[in-house]
Write a protein that binds this ligand. Structure first.
Ligand SMILES: [Zn+2]
Length: 294
């Protein structure tokens, strides 16, 4: 069931594959029911995503060498292609007229910033000289990802700084932050929203939360539905089936049940009609008898 691989064109990746071997390829399988269960029972997102890629990715690049921004692209690819509905509602307030705009947006609307070949001569690294030290910017990989959340997340992500940078000189900090902003690649977190009321455009910041991106499926409900499908049509769904196929099955079975209910309803309506018809016929016969008798 759905064991085919989707090709991810190398030029589509934020890194355009520039840091991999020349013949690098990536083919990925969308999430199975087993993957969905695994995602819901584990919490460390970096470990989970590595495991998911190890299982679902066909590639000639070692998993640890894949850039985090390319990994994130693949995770969003899985999100868009594994679920039948990957749209999310984004509520924003218009700064011009105060109107609340509620719109469905899909992750594939987000722009991607690609790697710039101006860094090619330096091996896609960049050296920034600060007052007392030099910092090297580099694209983090699954193997050397310096994961820190919060205000300075991007600086930690794209450098090998491990010391506390909250005490850094303001000028150095600005220099470094600007350099990192220029250097970073991947999904751009803002897009243009047109107000439904005053038609003005304004910028909306969307934060893609990779911690929850593939999560949120009610596993107990999945178990229940799998049993329901089996009970209804005798089809045994296993963990290898893609989540998308399972959703289609569920949709079909629900429609079949709905149709059967409708049929039952109209059947009982028909029998009601015919019974009232019979009683009417009886009444006429009775009336005729009564007339005859009189
Ligand atoms: Zn407006």
């Amino acid at each position: 069931m759905s064991t085919f691989y989707n090709n991810i064109p190398i030029e589509d990746l934020p890194s355009k594959g520039r840091l991999y071997r020349e013949d690098a390829f990536f083919r990925i399988k969308i999430l199975s029911i087993g993957d969905i269960k695994y995602l819901e029972t584990n919490n460390d997102i970096d470990i989970i995503y590595k495991d998911i890629l190890q299982k679902n990715l066909e590639t000639n690049v070692p998993i640890d060498d894949i850039l985090i921004d390319d990994r994130n692209y693949m995770i969003v690819f899985l999100k868009i292609n594994s679920f039948t509905n990957s749209q999310t509602e984004i509520k924003t307030q218009c700064p011009y007229c105060g109107y609340m705009n509620e719109e469905l947006h899909s992750l594939d609307e987000l722009d991607i910033k690609y790697i710039e070949d101006t860094y090619a001569n330096d091996g896609y690294k960049r050296r920034i000289n600060l007052t007392y030290m030099a910092v090297e910017l580099r694209y983090p990989t699954i193997g050397n990802y310096n994961r820190v959340e919060g205000e300075f997340a991007d600086i930690y992500k794209y450098t090998d700084i491990v010391s506390d940078i909250s005490n850094m000189d303001a000028y150095d900090y600005m220099t470094l932050q600007t350099a990192v902003d220029e250097f970073k690649i991947g999904f751009q977190e803002d897009f243009l929203q047109t107000c439904g009321q005053c038609r003005n455009d304004y910028n909306v910041k969307v934060v893609v939360d990779y911690n929850t991106l593939l999560k949120g499926v009610d596993i107990m409900l999945v178990y229940r539905n799998i049993l329901g499908i089996c009970k209804y049509c005798g089809y045994q769904i296993n963990d290898d089936m893609s989540y998308r196929d399972y959703m289609s099955y569920l949709d079909i079975v629900n429609k079949m049940i709905e149709e059967e209910k409708e049929k039952e309803k109209s059947n009982s309506k028909n029998s009601m009609e015919s019974s009232s018809f019979i009683s009417l016929k009886n009444n006429i016969a009775n009336m005729k008898n009564m007339i005859k008798q009189s």
